[in-house]
Structure formats: structure tokens, C-alpha cells
Design a protein around this ligand. Structure first.
Ligand SMILES: [Zn+2]
Length: 241
């Protein structure tokens, strides 16, 4: 039996024995980013949130599902105005993701669910998904975890009405619930910050999201996390059945 739902925390014998026993049936691959998240939220947010949802979903299906090491750098060219953002070219990101899925396939795991936390990854993955499926010959699915949310839920939980939004109310609420140390408002002075946003629409959104983020609470975040976890575990459950 697996020791942890997180692949990288296991010694090889746990994984080998779980696969050989036919007990380990599926894997979740979290995809995220390392990119600017406005003035108050840590750059790792998309990776951390996708991993968090994936881990809790896998716990619900324990010991049948494992979570792989997340892809912590995504397609973030659109945020390169902000120092610190790391980006991969879409084709490079796609190739890395493919190789991770192929590694799982080679070990006999034939149900792979990619759970994404960064909007910029969605297009590049969707474009390649069918090709990946055909080349891998496995049961492969892809979702951004916020697909779990109905417009009714968003309206009820998010005062801004915005979800996911970038480093806005939703992501900030998620972080307050799951990893509050990633939220740091200390000395944030948005109006005097030397921002270098070349696109005027983006600059306007950035300012709006900064203000909307202040509406976030841990309670709202927890509700949204719980919904996403149930939704993802159900998707995975259907895949391994
Ligand atoms: Zn984000």
C-alpha cells in the first residue's frame, strides 16, 4: 500500500508493490506556475492550489490514487512584465507534461488526470490533449480545478463575482484557507508601487484585482476548496472505475 498520496514521499517499494497488487489505479498530475500574483500573494499560488486540491482528492480515494510532482512552471509569457515570473514556451511545457504522463504509463498507470491551477496552461494543454491521448493510448483527462464551480456558487461565495480572476478575491481566499503564510499585505502600497505593466487593460485589471483581493476570507476559501476537492475526486473515481 502507498505510504503517502504524494508520489515523491514514497520509497520505491511502496509504489512498486501498490502497482503490482493492482491497487494503485490512477494518478493526478498538478500543473501550475511560478508567476506574479499581484503585490500580496506568493508566486507559487497556482502550483500550490492545484497541488492542494489534488492531494485532498487523492486522500478521498486512498490508496487507489497518487499525486505526482507538480509542474511548477507553466506558460506565463503574459506576466513577464513582472520580475520574478518564470515561463516555459508552450511546446516545452507540453513536452514535459507528455513525458510525465508517459512515465506513468510505462509503469502501468493508465488513468491520468491533469489538474491545472494556472489559466495560461489551459489552452496549450487542450490543444495537445487529443494528440497525447492517441500517442499514449491511456485514459487521459484534463481540467482546471475551478471548472468545479457553478455560477450560482461563485455568486454566493464571491463578493466580487469574479472567479478565478488573477490574485483576486478567489485565489486570495483559497490561500488564506490553505496556506495563509502565502498572503502578505504588510507594507503593500499599491498606488506608489513602481509597476511596469505594458498593456493598459492589464494594468487596469491588476488594480481592480488588488482591491477585490481585500474581500477574501479564509471561510470563503474553505467552501471553494471543499467543492473543488469533491469534484476532482469524483472525476478521478469515474476514471478508475
Ligand atoms: Zn493564480
Amino acid at each position: 500500500m502507498i505510504k503517502s498520496v504524494l508520489l515523491w514521499e514514497n520509497q520505491r517499494r511502496y509504489i512498486r508493490e501498490a502497482i503490482d497488487a493492482g491497487e494503485l489505479k490512477g494518478a493526478i498530475v498538478p500543473t501550475g506556475s511560478t508567476e506574479q500574483h499581484n503585490e500580496h500573494l506568493a508566486m507559487i499560488h497556482d502550483t500550490a492550489s492545484a497541488s492542494h486540491v489534488s492531494e485532498l482528492a487523492a486522500e478521498k480515494l486512498r490508496p487507489q490514487v497518487i499525486v505526482t510532482t507538480p509542474l511548477a512552471i507553466g506558460v506565463s509569457e503574459h506576466w513577464m512584465d513582472h520580475k520574478g515570473t518564470l515561463t516555459l514556451r508552450p511546446e516545452v511545457f507540453g513536452e514535459v507534461l507528455y513525458d510525465v504522463c508517459d512515465s506513468l504509463r510505462r509503469h502501468g498507470i493508465e488513468n491520468v488526470l491533469i489538474i491545472n491551477g494556472h489559466a495560461g496552461n489551459a489552452g496549450p494543454i487542450q490543444q495537445r490533449l487529443e494528440d497525447f491521448r492517441q500517442r499514449l493510448g491511456i485514459n487521459l483527462a484534463f481540467h482546471s480545478y475551478w471548472e468545479a464551480y457553478t455560477s450560482e456558487l461563485v455568486e454566493k461565495q464571491m463578493e466580487s463575482g469574479n472567479c478565478p480572476g488573477h490574485a483576486s478575491e478567489f485565489e486570495t481566499a483559497f490561500a488564506l484557507a490553505a496556506f495563509p503564510n502565502n498572503v502578505d499585505w504588510e507594507n503593500v502600497d499599491y498606488d506608489n508601487a513602481k509597476l511596469t505593466i505594458s498593456n493598459p487593460d492589464r494594468a487596469e485589471n491588476d488594480r481592480a484585482y488588488h482591491h477585490e483581493a481585500k474581500l477574501a476570507t479564509a471561510e470563503k476559501g474553505q467552501v471553494m476548496i471543499d467543492v473543488a476537492v469533491d469534484w476532482v475526486s469524483e472525476k478521478m473515481q469515474n476514471m478508475i472505475q
